[in-house]
Design a protein around this ligand. Structure first.
Ligand code: FAD
Length: 298
């Protein structure tokens, strides 16, 4: 389907872009990679009068080392998350999950900012930012807000970014030493959105017990689900096969998935249990190694 006639703006400086959003509040939409916005427009599910193309804003294309975290510009493409050496070394969770997004052509256009604002509960990057307790920098012409990840995803396809605001930067903590990560998902076909996905980030103490565990499940609620009860079970414990079974059961009891034409609620619950066991077994296997994470393994 063709788009309806539309006005197109392409500012080259952030203050101008924020001013455009303020002037046309409600009738304007930010365009980043276009991989979600254009399909929605083609299907007339969103009908902005003006498109604000932010691809000329160089300040949104930077990856900065802030000491304890990386500040990632909203226009960083999914494929850059996979290939950038700083991201691979400091926040490898992003490289790991981005490899599961769509196909190469989509990953070369789609941006981290677009994926987070689009807020699909099955998407990989919202899940990762949620598990990492990232912080989102949201700017308007009048103010700059720092929004914690747990307050950013409001409901299905709805984030905390208002029509006159722009997500400009994503702050992600660097990965702690002795941390193992694992991710897995099930999709109907390769490259499709996941039916269910599970991400585990587990930091071990020197004695081998878990110092801190983070577990996030995608595709089982209208926003990424942090399995806090399961995390509590793991903290200070040894990650044994028995604990993995308990944690997987706890996850499947904590979620309340809704069935749709892609999968029934029971099937999603089943997948969440199986995938939780699978990723935690990967973590165990990794921890038995030399504790230096090898991104090519998972
Ligand atoms: C065939 C196909 C398969 C896909 N498979 C997957 C998949 O498996 N996993 C997955 O996670 N994604 C998948 N995607 C979606 C893809 O990841 C998109 O890139 C992403 O959802 C949106 O990013 P974008 O940069 O293209 O944003 P756009 O499409 O440009 O924008 C999306 C929304 O966010 C808003 N927006 C964008 N950037 C900003 C910003 N900085 N500030 C404020 N608002 C902003 C836009 O106004 C729009 O409402 C798929 C897409 C396609 C077409």
């Amino acid at each position: 389907m063709k788009f309806p006639p539309i006005r197109y703006l392409r500012p080259s400086a952030l203050p101008q872009a924020l001013d455009d959003l303020k002037q046309h509040d409600g009738s304007i939409k930010v365009l980043a990679g276009g991989q979600s916005l254009f399909p929605l427009m083609a299907m007339r599910l969103t009908e902005p009068e003006i498109i604000l193309d932010i691809n000329a804003l160089d300040e949104l294309k930077e990856i900065r080392d802030m000491g304890d975290c990386l500040a990632i510009g909203a226009l960083i493409r999914h494929q850059q998350l996979i290939e950038d050496v700083t991201i691979q070394q400091q926040t490898p969770v992003l490289s790991l999950v981005a490899r599961h997004i769509g196909h190469l052509a989509i990953r070369c256009r789609g941006t981290i900012g677009g994926s987070l604002v689009h807020s699909d509960p099955s998407a990989e990057l919202p899940l990762a930012i949620c598990a990492l307790d990232g912080e989102l920098i949201v700017q308007s012409a009048d103010e700059t807000k720092v929004v914690p990840a747990e307050e950013f995803f409001l409901s299905y396809l709805t984030s905390a970014v208002a029509a006159n605001e722009m997500l400009t930067t994503i702050r992600v903590p660097k990965m702690a030493n002795q941390t193992k990560i694992a991710f897995d998902e099930v999709a109907s076909r390769a490259g499709d959105f996941a039916l269910v996905s599970v991400l585990a980030i587990v930091t071990f103490r020197d004695d081998g017990a878990i110092q801190r565990a983070r577990l996030a499940i995608g595709g089982v609620s209208d926003v990424p689900f942090r399995a806090r009860d399961a995390e509590l079970l793991m903290n200070d414990a040894a990650l044994t096969p028995e604990l993995v079974t308990r944690v997987a059961r706890t996850v499947s009891e904590a979620i309340e998935p809704v069935g749709d034409l892609h999968a029934s609620a029971d099937f999603r619950r089943h997948l969440a249990r199986v995938l939780t066991g699978r990723v935690l077994n990967k973590v165990i296997a990794g921890a038995k190694g030399d504790l230096s994470w090898n991104p090519s393994v998972w």
